[in-house]
Ligand binder design. Structure first.
Ligand code: DGL
Length: 261
């Protein structure tokens, strides 16, 4: 492809929220997405395994003429960004830094909540990124492991999901945060519900911030055809159903194998 493609990977389907934001902002760029659906979830795995999987995903995408790689997975961004930057000859954009920047510029009282997978929260990546921008901020974090399965079930506006969201997020209200970072690629799909239940929180969806960072990094605008290729390590009807929910249209999904590299 002329000028190279932007590669995007996630542990599964959630990173399509980032792919969509990039496509909306840069419609002429050629994009290749890889969802590691055979090995999802990453959020409960050890840092060593998350780094290994992330490097394998990047190598798989490197068989395309990559000009930039987007790590559209908070868990991989939190643990594997340095390893990926060391290995790849192209710029690597994670989701944590853009999300942290946006959170700092959006908060008025300096109290920020962060929700994510267990691995993301344990890494303290958002906390470190926010405090490196402004050390006077207070950052409160919480892992919300039940949200990904509820979202994948399509229960976006369900009373059970509402109960779970209330239980996870109510402590943030007592801590008087004014800004909440949605530190997992699936969570933007719950924006409507969270807004309804906690209208006082300013929600940070790093997908848009990532798309803006990508735009800034590309030296010139592409004259590519705006193709979107979606690859997975395990193709299921479930992926296609959720992908349609996220992208708002049917997409063609192709299964690829790590062995073929
Ligand atoms: N994509 C992951 C993230 O953003 C969530 C799903 C998983 O645990 O792999 O952290």
């Amino acid at each position: 492809m002329d000028g190279g493609v932007i590669g995007v990977f996630d542990s599964g389907v959630g990173g399509l929220t980032v792919l969509k934001a990039i496509r909306d902002l840069l419609p002429k760029e050629n994009l290749v997405y890889f969802g590691d659906t055979a090995r999802v979830p990453y959020g409960t795995k050890s840092p060593k395994t998350i780094v290994k999987y992330s490097l394998e995903n990047a190598r798989l995408l490197s068989s395309f003429n990559l000009k930039l790689l987007v790590v559209a997975c908070n868990t991989s961004s939190a643990h594997a960004l340095e390893a990926l930057r060391r290995e790849l000859p192209v710029p690597v954009v994670g989701v944590v830094e853009p999300g942290a920047k946006l959170a700092v510029s959006s908060s008025k009282n300096g109290k920020v909540g962060v929700i994510g997978t267990e691995a993301t929260v344990k890494s303290d990546a958002y906390k470190r990124a926010i405090l490196s921008i402004n050390p006077s901020y207070q950052v409160f974090q919480r892992a919300c492991p039940l949200l990904v399965p509820l979202i994948e079930e399509g229960w976006l506006n369900d009373p059970i999901t509402a109960q779970v969201v209330k239980r996870y997020l109510s402590p943030f209200k007592e801590l008087s945060i004014d800004t909440l970072v949605l530190g997992c690629t699936h969570y933007p799909l719950l924006k409507g519900l969270i807004k309804e239940l906690f209208p006082e929180f300013n929600l940070i969806d790093s997908a848009k911030a990532v798309a803006l960072t990508v735009k800034e990094l590309l030296s010139s605008s592409s004259d590519g055809g705006g193709s979107v290729k979606v690859l997975v390590s395990d193709k299921t009807e479930r992926f296609e159903r959720i992908a349609k929910m996220i992208m708002g249209r049917d997409i063609t999904v192709e299964e690829v194998s790590f062995d073929k590299e």
